[in-house]
Design a protein around this ligand. Structure first.
Ligand code: ATP
Ligand code: MG
Length: 385
């Protein structure tokens, strides 16, 4: 067990790192955040900040020396760095898992060889092979970069051979290549968070129902509006996947639910997830508190839902609304409304700048309150355009 007189090191300083830092500090742990971007939001919450490049040997030495356990809040951090830290200190989840999950081809290969359901896919290592692979798989398809994608970045929808040929002409060689995935005709997108400690005990959080807009997560609701048998199936699949990975730490598994109730696994995140923000208000153990417990090998009972909740991501310029007196007067009178502003230095279009979580008695109340919030955000977007 890692006790609170010790420190936890976090690679990456985004909002997930912020909320982990808050949960860990609440329990008395000290936090080191290592992110080369001095403006990374989690730096503001850290006891120790490291802003050196990820290949800085001196920074690496003190990071290892100062922290009892290490994690990351973003999967696109250098694998070499994680592997070299792991020689001296536990990294949870470890570098073998990070390697599997950093690359969408390896991730899908792992899932399918273990017998977990995924959408039909083909690797494309050379752009010249893309049109033939697309024909073989059949349209409609999504082409994704095998590495380094997030929030739908590095993805192209292909509906016919002409589109595949046009994309082939556009793609420049990249070492890790691309993956072609058959578009899943889903009725819902669902996700489940799984926390697993070093002793191998795993627990799951209430299943979330997610709505994406333009490839980016917009709304997330817990519990998902699905029958209990289905959420039980998802929880059990989630635990099986993380157990097969031998993962320690906190994970999120994203699913597509097809019309015939088939579940396909979209991807696995080896870290807290945007769809779990609502657990900060809605569960007795938030995903971040669960992450601390999993990292430090503390007891980890199954988290309980205290209230239904809906999280709305605040994207790009919408954040400026949350910073005005007029909007706050309208928003903060809505019952069960919680505002989060990540205080990112730069506002960029489509960037996740903050979120609002609503708690309420039931799905209908949440939807009505979410509508009020969306209307307010939309008004501002309209005024700005
Ligand atoms: P995030 O960071 O939000 O997880 P990402 O860049 O890792 O996004 P994915 O999760 O692969 O990308 O895809 C983003 C969204 O695009 C999915 O949640 C889903 O809505 C849609 N999508 C991706 N792959 C497929 C597919 N094979 N079939 C149908 N929809 C898909
Ligand atoms: Mg995803």
């Amino acid at each position: 067990m890692i006790l609170s007189d010790q420190a936890i090191g976090v690679l990456g300083g985004g909002q997930l790192g912020t909320f982990l830092s808050i949960a860990a500090k609440q329990m008395g742990y000290r936090i080191t955040v290592w992110d080369p971007d001095p403006g990374a939001p989690a730096h503001a919450w850290a006891d120790t900040r490291i802003e050196n490049a990820f290949d800085d040997a001196e920074a690496l030495f003190s990071f290892i020396h100062d922290n009892a356990v290490i994690t990351y809040e973003w999967e696109n951090i250098p694998l070499d760095l994680v592997a070299s830290i792991e020689k001296k200190r536990p990294v949870r989840p470890g570098s073998a898992i990070l390697k599997q999950l950093q690359n969408r081809i390896r991730e899908k290969d792992f899932l399918s060889t273990q017998g977990f359901p995924v959408t039909p896919y083909l690797p494309v290592l050379d752009p010249t092979t893309l049109p033939a692979a697309a024909e073989r798989l059949g349209f409609p398809l999504i082409c994704k970069t095998a590495t380094a994608g997030y929030d739908g970045i590095g993805q192209w929808r292909l509906t016919n051979a002409k589109a595949a040929a046009a994309l082939r002409a556009k793609l420049k060689n990249r070492e890790s290549g691309w993956i072609l995935e058959k578009v899943a005709d889903f009725s819902k997108e669902l996700s489940v968070i799984v926390a697993r400690n070093a002793a191998g005990a795993a627990v799951t959080y209430p299943v979330a129902e997610n709505t994406h807009e333009d490839g980016i997560l917009r709304l997330s609701q817990i519990p998902a509006k699905i029958p209990v048998v289905l959420s039980d199936r998802i929880a059990s699949l989630g635990k099986k996947v993380i157990t097969a990975l031998e993962g320690t730490g906190l994970f999120c598994i994203e699913f597509f639910l097809l019309k015939d109730e088939t579940l396909l696994i979209n991807e696995i995140a080896p870290r807290p997830h945007n769809s779990g923000h609502g657990t900060m208000e809605a569960c007795d153990i938030s995903q971040y508190a669960g992450q601390v417990r999993a990292l430090c090998n503390l007891p980890l009972p199954p988290p309980h839902l205290l209230s239904p909740a809906m999280t709305i991501n605040v994207l790009g310029d919408e954040i400026s609304v949350l910073r005005t007196e007029a909007a706050l007067k309208k928003l903060l009178v809505i019952p069960g409304l919680h505002i989060y502003d990540y205080r990112k230095k730069e506002i960029k279009a489509r960037r996740k700048m903050g979120h609002i979580t609503l708690t309420g008695p039931d799905s209908a109340a949440l939807l009505a309150r979410a509508r009020q919030v969306r209307d307010l955000l939309d008004d501002v977007s309209k005024n700005n355009s």
